[in-house]
Design a protein around this ligand. Structure first.
Ligand SMILES: *[C@@H]1O[C@H](CO)[C@@H](O)[C@H](O)[C@H]1NC(C)=O
Ligand SMILES: *[C@@H]1O[C@H](CO)[C@@H](O)[C@H](O)[C@H]1NC(C)=O
Ligand SMILES: *[C@@H]1O[C@H](CO)[C@@H](O)[C@H](O)[C@H]1NC(C)=O
Length: 329
């Protein structure tokens, strides 16, 4: 009975805005809900249905146009971009400012394509940060895991949570953001990073439980890429290892499904970056050069957790603050 009244109330409430959604919209939403195991109370249901329907319209509209990338429904499809941003992105400007980085570029030529996932056992599976602005820790561990595997032949799984809990002295702020370059600095001066098993991910801010006796991987030096020098990134990925980078995520990116992401919505400067990821390779498709990028939103998002983004234009500021560590062995 109570549910019926609630239903009627929400119906009347939303009837004011009709026709916001049709039976078909509800059908799509319900199949998405069951696919993603979602349940809402009635009020929430109509609110989420409305957002979902708007997102789906945006996706269908985008896919009907001629773009280099397609959009699709995913586990974020019932969220507004504002909600998404608050839960998953860096909400404050970061100190991303290596004007002149330490990376030493050699002269090419470089291979047309590189994919560290195919060169050997060098890249761990895609992880999932959950609703915590800890992307920077996943970019950091992803890079350090690969650097370690390339140099020692053993691929470790490293701890994001240690960085969330312990790296504050280097301008990192747990679930409220940070940068891979600053996290590498922390690992260098703190003398080590523990493994995922010894310091598991909770996705929440906590007190530091670093145990120096269990440090598994050490950083000798942090190498920054010169600000906006995207060719230095190519040089590093081609010759050395995957590199961490940051860029600006805008609303169109939340729905990315496949193809080479390119945007007119995003900015390209250091002050706008709000997400950090890992470039594990690059290539070119039909004259469009791209990066192959490992994200930390689970394997359901994008291309099994990866995406491609246009290369060579500092797209969305992707060359604004890129870095990688040198291993202490
Ligand atoms: C940037 O650096 C300044 C000076 O070290 C610091 O006070 C500020 O908190 C930093 N900003 C962020 C977002 O970490
Ligand atoms: C690299 O960047 C970090 C953090 O952004 C900074 O603390 C460090 O001094 C930079 N290192 C070099 C060699 O420029
Ligand atoms: C950013 O984009 C603008 C407009 O497309 C361009 O003129 C500028 O050179 C770009 N700046 C950087 C640092 O990539």
């Amino acid at each position: 009975m109570k549910a019926a009244v609630l239903f009627l109330l929400s119906f009347l409430h939303y009837a004011d805005f009709s026709p916001l959604f049709s039976e078909k919209d509800e059908y799509h939403f319900k199949s998405w809900m069951s696919q993603h195991n979602r349940a809402y109370d009635l009020e929430e249901y109509y609110y989420r249905l409305q957002i979902f329907t708007e997102n789906k319209k945006k996706i269908d509209f985008h896919n009907a146009e001629n773009h280099k990338f397609t959009m699709g429904l995913n586990h974020f499809s019932d969220m507004t971009f504002a909600e998404f941003k608050k839960s998953f992105l860096l909400t404050e400007p970061q100190n991303c400012s290596a004007t002149k980085g330490g990376h030493m570029t050699r002269d090419g030529p470089y291979p047309d394509s590189v994919d560290w996932r195919k060169k050997g056992n060098y890249v761990t599976p895609v992880k999932n940060q959950g609703p915590c602005g800890s992307c920077w820790t996943f970019s950091t561990t992803g890079c350090l895991e690969s650097v370690t595997a390339i140099s020692t032949g053993k691929l470790p799984f490293l701890s994001e949570q240690q960085l969330v809990d312990c790296a504050q002295a280097f301008n990192n702020h747990g679930c409220n953001g940070g940068l891979p370059s600053q996290a590498f600095e922390y690992i260098k001066y703190n003398k080590g990073l523990m493994t995922e098993d010894d310091y598991p991910y909770t996705g929440r801010d906590g007190t530091c439980k670093f145990n120096p006796g269990k440090a598994a991987v050490f950083v000798k030096e942090v190498v920054n890429i010169t600000k906006y020098a995207e060719m230095e990134m190519v040089d590093a990925v081609a010759r050395l290892n995957p590199v961490s980078f940051a860029y600006e995520v805008t609303s169109d990116f939340m729905h990315y499904k496949d193809g080479i992401y390119t945007s007119t919505e995003c900015h390209n400067t250091t002050d706008m970056v709000n997400h950090a990821v890992l470039a594990v390779g690059y290539g070119e498709d039909n004259g469009t050069p791209y990066w192959i990028v490992k994200n930390s939103w689970g394997t359901y998002w994008g291309q099994k957790g990866y995406f491609y983004i246009e290369r060579g234009k500092n797209m969305c500021g992707l060359a604004a603050c890129s870095s990688y560590p040198l291993l202490l062995v």
